[in-house]
Every structure is written in structure tokens, then in C-alpha cells.
Design a protein around this ligand. Structure first.
Ligand SMILES: C[S@@+](CC[C@H](N)C(=O)[O-])C[C@H]1O[C@@H](n2cnc3c(N)ncnc32)[C@H](O)[C@@H]1O
Ligand code: SF4
Length: 291
């Protein structure tokens, strides 16, 4: 039995490329250029094979836009088959094809869909090229296929009208809504002061998850869903909460990154024994003590 890793959440960035142009995008700490490489299927599978007997909570697949990767379906299927943890995929849902939805319908993947606004004009401005009607259509296809999904909204400015529409949309569709105040935004740490009262008007329960996130169950009397607000530890440089959340990013080339704004570290070398790789990852955990 090999030793376990301290990191409980792994975020794999399968590509740096994206078809959207969201002005707020941190691109998961990757360089924003069209030359960005994809993670190879072999790299991805080797990583999953290593993680098989580790007690991780979640493997989150992200990018860039994961559905730009020609082998994304195979990657998701491989992760679901070989890991026992949650498997999620952050996607803008603009490129997914009906046949890919069908192929993924018998996996346990959860889609976290980047959904900035319900309004056509604002959605298009916030994504550069996105069409909210097309995304709503794809959301219906994904739901009908029985794939779990949630909406991820980056809160970019003070816009109670847009927030109210989002809350109603999430309730009407009964899909969980995750609110992410923009990392790198000037006033992001203060958005909670106008967002929380809006959520609390519909809340039947509220729980501080202790990971920098607050979760509500909301209802309009007929329908019910959840709202999660990520009060990012980045805002207060709260390294303890960040370590509790403990997300390790793995970039194409199997390069590691402990903090979204930090530099890339060495590549993982899976020609080494399992114990040597684990020791390297645990060293990254042990030395991750400052922002
Ligand atoms: C970088 S995207 C990559 C995956 C996919 N293209 C998408 O948009 O979901 C992953 C997540 O990061 C979020 N995100 C991007 N920039 C952000 C920022 N500055 N602050 C907070 N969240 C951000 C996006 O909304 C999305 O939910
Ligand atoms: S869709 Fe995702 S990766 Fe692409 S620009 Fe928007 S947030 Fe960034």
C-alpha cells in the first residue's frame, strides 16, 4: 500500500485554449495564447492511474475550454471508470455535441457551466462570442440526458438586477448556482454585502462550509435549489483556508501549481515509483505556506 497524498482536490487543465473571450478570465493560471498546448491523453491516463488508490475527494477537469480537446470524452470516461471520487468538468458548454452528451450520459461527471448572465446582450459581452440561447438549449440537452450540472457565475460588478435574474433562472431550472466573485477584481471582496441579502430573501437554510464557501438552500415556494458563494481565501490571503480547500493544479506537460497566481513547478515524472511521486506532491503541500 503506497502512502497517501495530502492534496484532496486535483484540478487538471487539459488545454489552455478557449473559444470564448471572457474579460475576467484567470484561465486557471495558464498563459492566454492560442499556442497553448493540450495535455496528451497518455499524460492524463498516467495521472489517473497514479490517483487510483489515493483518497482524493474530487477530480475537476478544466482549461481553457475542455471541449476544445479532441479526446475530452475519453478523458472523462477514463476518470469516471478508474477513480471513486467525484469527477467534474468546468465548461462553457458552447462546443459540446449531442453525440458527446450521449456518450457521457452513463458516466457520473458533473458539468460546472460558466454562465455569466441570463440576458442575451450581457452574456455576449461577457464572453466575447457566446450566445445564451445556444447554451440554454445545451443545458436542456444535458439535463435530459441525466447528467448532473450546475451554473458557475463570476460576479464582475455591482448588478442586483442581473443577480436577481440569475437566482430566478437557477430556481426555475432547479440547478445549483455557484457565485464566484471575480478573483483580481477591485471590489470583489465586498460583493457579499449586496449579494447575501438577495439570497437570504429566498433561503431556508444557510451553512458556512469552512472552506471559504457559504451554501444556502433557496426556494420560491414551488421550486428549490442551492446557491454557493465562494468568499475566496485569495481576497484576505487566508492561507489556512486555502490549504483546507487544498486544490492542486496539474497543467499540460504534468506541471504542478499550488496557487492559481503562483508559478508553475516541476513536471510530475511517472517513470519514478509511486512513493517518489507522492513524496514530491507532499513536499509541495508542506511548503505551500504563504500566498
Ligand atoms: C477558467 S474556467 C475554465 C473552464 C471553462 N472554460 C469554463 O469557463 O468553465 C474555470 C472556471 O473559472 C472561473 N473563473 C475564470 N476567471 C475567474 C476569475 N477571475 N475569478 C473567479 N473565477 C473565475 C470560470 O467562471 C469558470 O467557472
Ligand atoms: S470560457 Fe472559461 S476559459 Fe474560456 S475565457 Fe471564459 S472563463 Fe476563461
Amino acid at each position: 500500500m503506497s502512502t497517501d497524498i495530502r492534496w484532496k482536490r486535483i484540478r487538471v487543465l487539459v488545454t489552455g485554449q478557449c473559444n470564448y473571450r471572457c474579460p475576467f478570465c484567470h484561465n486557471e493560471g495558464q498563459k492566454k495564447d492560442s499556442q497553448s498546448t493540450n495535455m496528451s491523453l497518455d499524460e492524463f491516463k498516467t495521472l489517473i492511474d497514479y490517483l487510483k488508490d489515493k483518497s482524493i475527494i474530487e477530480l475537476a477537469i478544466s482549461g481553457g475550454e475542455p471541449f476544445i480537446h479532441p479526446q475530452i470524452v475519453e478523458m472523462i470516461q477514463y476518470a469516471c471508470l478508474n477513480l471513486s471520487c467525484d469527477v467534474s468538468c468546468a465548461t462553457n458548454l458552447s462546443l459540446i455535441k449531442p453525440e458527446q452528451i450521449a456518450q457521457l450520459s452513463n458516466t457520473r461527471v458533473k458539468f460546472n457551466i460558466q454562465y455569466p448572465y441570463t440576458e442575451k446582450e450581457k452574456f455576449s459581452r461577457s464572453t466575447g462570442v457566446g450566445d445564451v440561447n445556444k447554451i440554454n438549449y445545451n443545458i436542456n440537452l444535458v439535463k435530459a440526458a441525466g447528467i448532473e450540472l450546475g451554473l458557475n457565475t463570476v460576479v464582475q460588478n455591482i448588478d442586483p438586477d442581473a443577480m436577481s435574474k440569475l437566482i430566478f433562472f437557477a430556481l426555475a431550472k432547479q440547478v445549483p448556482l455557484k457565485l464566484l466573485p471575480q478573483i483580481g477584481g477591485k471590489e470583489s471582496d465586498k460583493y457579499k454585502y449586496w449579494v447575501f441579502p438577495m439570497i437570504r430573501k429566498y433561503a431556508v437554510s444557510e451553512r458556512d462550509k469552512g472552506t471559504g464557501a457559504i451554501r444556502w438552500i433557496i426556494t420560491d415556494g414551488k421550486k428549490q435549489t442551492s446557491v454557493l458563494y465562494i468568499d475566496s481565501p485569495c481576497f484576505s490571503k487566508d492561507i489556512e483556508t486555502c490549504r483546507n480547500f487544498g486544490e492542486l493544479r496539474i497543467h499540460p506537460g504534468l506541471k504542478t501549481q499550488t496557487c492559481i497566481s503562483g508559478s508553475l513547478k516541476d513536471s510530475l515524472d511517472f517513470t519514478e515509483t509511486d512513493d517518489v511521486v507522492t513524496a514530491k506532491l507532499n513536499e509541495l503541500w508542506n511548503t505551500f505556506k504563504t500566498c
